[in-house]
Design a protein around this ligand. Structure first.
Ligand SMILES: [Zn+2]
Length: 265
């Protein structure tokens, strides 16, 4: 694998990538999505912001193991194919069926440069069972994400699917789509992908703790320290601070009965 990906944890890309670099970066992430079993068959899709009005997105119906850089489609803010998409190697290719979901993330978050939608199996299973991912459980998840909320259910690839993320994506970089998958966003394609890795790892730990059958409560004052750190770093988006403290307070208020995994749905 080439080393086109320029990414350093916690740092935004130094300069804006060219379209060719973005295409390569999306393809590298597609390969990882397939290798890690986050996107099998033709599942999942990846997009990146080219400029304020156009976006690169994976084509509909292609395996992430096989799709090529010159098959990525360029669309405008309404999802219509523009530019070279009608000709050459992209001819006949349609943008991902989840393009509306991607465009909604960009619309709500001008800071977002890339969106990854995947089907991470453990996170999906938890959402079907009615569990959130690592609710007030793992310090690094609180530091990194604040929380990983689960959306309402929506039919995949529908306009409704875009609506269910509208509110949550304004505050969170990683969401679980109930019974369907995940959406992670970032300042680069790689950052959006790494957030997915983190999400599924947290989901696996959550599932393991549920299987073990007991969980020791996370002391509220320790949670408070983490929430304060996020605030001091300026990582909390408006409204998020109260949500994190409120969600964690639910567990501590119920005493030591191990309510770290309230079934929320
Ligand atoms: Zn999907």
């Amino acid at each position: 694998m080439s080393t086109l990906i320029r990414y350093e944890a916690g740092k935004k890309p130094v300069r804006r990538p060219t379209e060719q670099q973005l295409r390569q970066e999306i393809i590298q992430v597609c390969r990882l999505l397939h290798q890690k079993d986050y996107c099998l068959a033709t599942d999942g899709n990846v997009s990146a912001r080219l400029d304020t009005e156009s976006f690169l997105v994976t084509p509909s119906g292609y395996s992430k193991a096989l799709v090529q850089a010159n098959q990525l489609v360029t669309v405008d803010a309404s999802g219509q194919v523009v530019g070279q998409g009608k000709y050459g190697p992209q001819r006949g290719l349609r943008p991902s069926s989840e393009i509306l979901l991607h465009l909604e993330a960009y619309r709500q978050r001008p800071d977002v440069q890339a969106v990854v939608h995947a089907h991470p199996p453990v996170a999906i299973a938890l959402s079907i069972a009615g569990y959130d991912v690592a609710p007030c459980l793992l310090p690094d998840v609180i530091l990194y994400f604040g929380m990983v909320p689960t959306t309402e259910y929506a039919t995949p690839a529908s306009a409704e699917g875009a609506k269910v993320i509208t509110d949550l994506i304004t505050r969170y970089d990683a969401l679980v789509l109930q019974r369907h998958g995940s959406v992670t966003v970032g300042s680069s394609v790689v950052e959006a992908y790494l957030r997915l890795e983190k999400l599924e790892q947290a989901a696996l730990i959550t599932k393991t703790v549920i299987e073990l059958g007991r969980a020791r409560p996370f002391p509220p004052d320790e949670v408070e320290k983490l929430a304060q750190w996020r605030s001091q770093q300026g990582l909390n988006r408006p409204g998020q601070d109260e949500e994190i403290r409120g969600a964690c307070g639910v567990c501590s208020a119920a005493g030591s009965g191990g309510c770290l995994f309230p079934q929320t749905r």
